[in-house]
Design a protein around this ligand. Structure first.
Ligand SMILES: *Cc1c(COP(=O)(O)O)cnc(C)c1O
Length: 236
């Protein structure tokens, strides 16, 4: 596996998907999903042009952060976040993608206040209404967005979704389209405040081209960059 070749290939696929959708490739950010990767691999990815790393486990983010592995890039938190681990993420993550409850929102706002910063966040939507998944219900999104807007140490930047893993090409396109509609709706409602609402985070290795066709501004890609990961059960 040649990492820098993969980075270039994925960047080219992103650009082609954007152009095919009549969009400017510069509007789509590649976030490298670096879970289970080593400090050295993360450094190599950044050397190959990655500018955003996405972590989904607090422990890994903390370890790589402490080792200085993200130098030259920013790190986003893309996994499920427990309120008792907010302290290790707020102020480190340039963007927290996975805010899905009032409780978590308040914990992040409180920690950001302590640090004297404003934390950028996305609200995660459980767009396919899967029992096992994080994310708020689509119908709860307006209320949660309202809370985010009222939180002085939070800046709402947009929405995120993780649709079902599917091997059927195009299967998630309807969810990406529903997400875009939610994003447009909610952006309209908040046009008169300080939120930027410039980020729609959706699409992974198997389906980022469909996500871009439906308006994704950030895609989270792991396998297509780093190769297959060991099965979850074998991880500590
Ligand atoms: C691992 C992960 C990805 C990337 O998945 P791939 O299928 O390997 O591209 C994207 N988003 C989240 C939240 C992840 O945990």
């Amino acid at each position: 596996m040649d990492l820098s070749q993969n980075v270039r290939a994925v960047q080219e696929q992103i650009a082609a998907a954007a152009r095919a959708a009549g969009r400017d490739p510069a509007q789509v950010t590649l976030c490298a999903a670096t879970k289970v990767q080593t400090d050295d691999t993360i450094r190599a990815a950044i050397a190959a042009g990655i500018r955003v790393c996405g972590e989904n486990r607090v422990q890994e983010l903390t370890a790589h952060w402490t080792a200085g592995a993200y130098a030259g890039a920013e790190v986003h938190f893309i996994g499920h976040l427990q309120t008792n681990k907010v302290r290790q993420v707020v102020g480190r993550a340039a963007l927290i993608h996975s805010v899905d409850s009032e409780r978590l929102l308040r914990a992040i706002d409180g920690q950001a206040e302590k640090l004297g910063i404003v934390q950028d966040i996305l609200l995660e939507v459980n767009i396919a209404r899967e029992e096992s998944k994080g994310g708020c219900r689509p119908e709860d999104l307006p209320a949660l967005a309202q809370l985010a807007l009222g939180a002085p140490h939070i800046r709402l930047r947009g929405l995120m979704a993780i649709p079902p893993i599917s091997s059927i090409s195009g299967a998630n396109r309807k969810y990406f389209s529903e997400m875009r509609n939610l994003f447009v709706d909610i952006t309209k409602k908040m046009s008169d405040n300080q939120s930027i609402m410039d980020c729609l985070s959706m699409g992974m290795s198997a389906d980022f081209e469909d996500a871009i066709a439906e308006g994704a501004t950030l895609v989270r890609v792991g396998t297509a960059l780093f190769g297959p990961r060991p099965p979850l059960g074998t991880l500590r």
